[in-house]
Design a binder for this molecule. Structure first.
Ligand code: HPA
Length: 272
């Protein structure tokens, strides 16, 4: 079955389960989990009930789609995403983005926990993503292109919508929230980076590094969606001379900053 046919089947299935037609898709990475509590009329569907959906395997990530209303807008949220390092193909990692688009979402909001490399970053900072560097070994659009899903050679000159980014900055300022902006580099993981790798990433222009997001963003752009993204800085890469990075530390820092990012995203959604 072609990707296009699988998308149709899954979309039709979901439309029998909910009457909500989302205009925005949101990926609740480590850091945006708090949004789940802010959604009204929430209806959840477990990934394992959804045809063609992969299952999530990572600790600390849930596994369901949530339809609901956030700040007056219909949204579909992924609680739990699929990472390439878990063994999924790039098609599987990005399949939910195709579904969001097919359900009617015109905007994708992505969030993640990331290592921070810009010298001004501190643990717990919220960083709005202004651009990305894709360092995954496999591209999500590799293979025959289906023109019904998007163009063969998508333009990537502005993957993160600069107007929405500016709006988010002004909302943050009004909320008294200190946010930064930065470039996110996506690698496959699952190892955190060596000191030499953090240094190399910094030199190639990355401010943030993580193991998700870039493929999802590429597929959203391929499908003609707009994208807004934010990271929570959970560790400082090369500058943590004495410290080793652990998954627990990453989750702890992300959870601590999550309510601030959730409040920002809710207000942003309301003002769009
Ligand atoms: N590197 C890669 N992924 C991450 C990091 C990091 O330092 N922190 C959180 N996710």
């Amino acid at each position: 079955m072609t990707l296009y046919d699988r998308i149709q089947e899954t979309t039709q299935f979901l439309q029998t389960k909910t009457t909500i037609q989302p205009s925005i898709g949101i990926i609740l990475g480590s850091g945006l989990g708090g949004l789940e509590q802010l959604v009204e009329n929430a209806e959840s569907i477990a990934y394992n009930e959804i045809p063609h959906f992969p299952q999530s395997t990572v600790e600390g990530h849930a596994s369901k789609l949530i339809f609901g209303v956030l700040a007056g807008k219909n949204v579909v949220m992924m609680a739990g995403r699929f990472h390439y390092y878990e063994g999924y193909s790039q098609d599987e990692v990005t399949f939910p983005i195709r579904i969001m688009k097919a359900l009617g979402a015109e905007l994708l909001i992505v969030s993640n926990a990331a290592g921070g490399m810009h010298p001004s970053y501190k643990v717990g900072d919220i960083v709005l993503i202004q651009d990305q560097i894709n360092l995954h070994p496999e591209h999500p659009l590799r293979g025959r292109n289906d023109e019904r899903l998007g163009p063969r050679f998508p333009d990537m000159s502005e993957p993160f919508d600069l107007r929405i980014l500016a709006l988010a900055k002004s909302i943050a300022a009004a909320q008294g929230l200190d946010v930064k902006t930065g470039v996110y580099a996506g690698l496959q993981g699952p190892t955190f980076e060596t000191r030499a790798e953090y240094e190399w990433l910094r030199r190639i222009g990355a401010d943030l590094v993580g193991m998700s997001t870039v493929s999802e963003v590429i597929v959203a752009i391929h499908g003609g969606m707009k994208v807004f993204g934010a990271s929570i800085v959970t560790d400082l890469g090369i500058r943590e001379e004495q410290n080793k990075i652990t998954h627990d530390e990453v989750l702890e820092a992300a959870n601590a900053a999550a309510p601030r990012l959730a409040a920002l995203v809710k207000e942003l959604v309301g003002q769009l």
